[in-house]
Design a protein around this ligand. Structure first.
Ligand SMILES: [Zn+2]
Length: 155
């Protein structure tokens, strides 16, 4: 590279920041999966790297690592992501249905409770596992992580 050496410190820092960048947690002998493949692994609740090992030990409890490829699941941080997607989607479905039924039939309140409580449970609990797993798979695919400062050489 024939850069002007007078641009000293900035050039040194820039080079270091590229070298210091962390490599992803992907196996080097595999071709990287497409977003669709990663998403399908997520929806199937499988390991985001190999797609074979299970992700969950319980309903929403994660295993410590993949039983098939040994990927450490410690990097996973889905946070509130799954819950907020489920709230938005389930809320739109249940409130939409309740409004339509109320406007068309004006049923007594107990009938609303009988209709919508099971629907609320079905639209929140059923997709929660797959949604959490999907977000984990996408986190892994895009190597999303908490922001970190780039390591720099001491001056
Ligand atoms: Zn795996």
């Amino acid at each position: 590279m024939d850069r002007d050496p007078s641009s000293g410190p900035d050039f040194v820092r820039a080079t270091f920041s590229h070298k210091g960048r962390r490599e992803g947690h992907r196996m080097p002998d595999q071709t990287p999966p497409t977003v669709t493949e990663s998403a399908m692994r997520g929806l199937a609740c499988k390991c985001p790297r190999c797609g074979k090992g299970k992700l969950y030990a319980g309903f929403l409890t994660l295993r410590p690592n993949c039983t098939a490829c040994g990927l450490d699941y410690a990097f996973i941080d889905a946070g509130d992501g799954p819950a907020i997607f489920i709230i938005m989607i389930a809320g739109a479905i249940v409130v939409g249905c309740a409004l339509v039924v109320e406007i068309k039939y004006q049923p007594p309140y107990w009938l609303h409770a009988v209709l919508w409580l099971p629907l609320i449970l079905a639209t929140t609990l059923l997709p929660l596992r797959a949604m959490k797993s999907l977000l984990i798979a996408l986190q892994f695919h895009h190597k999303a992580a908490e922001g970190r400062l780039i390591g720099r050489e001491p001056e």
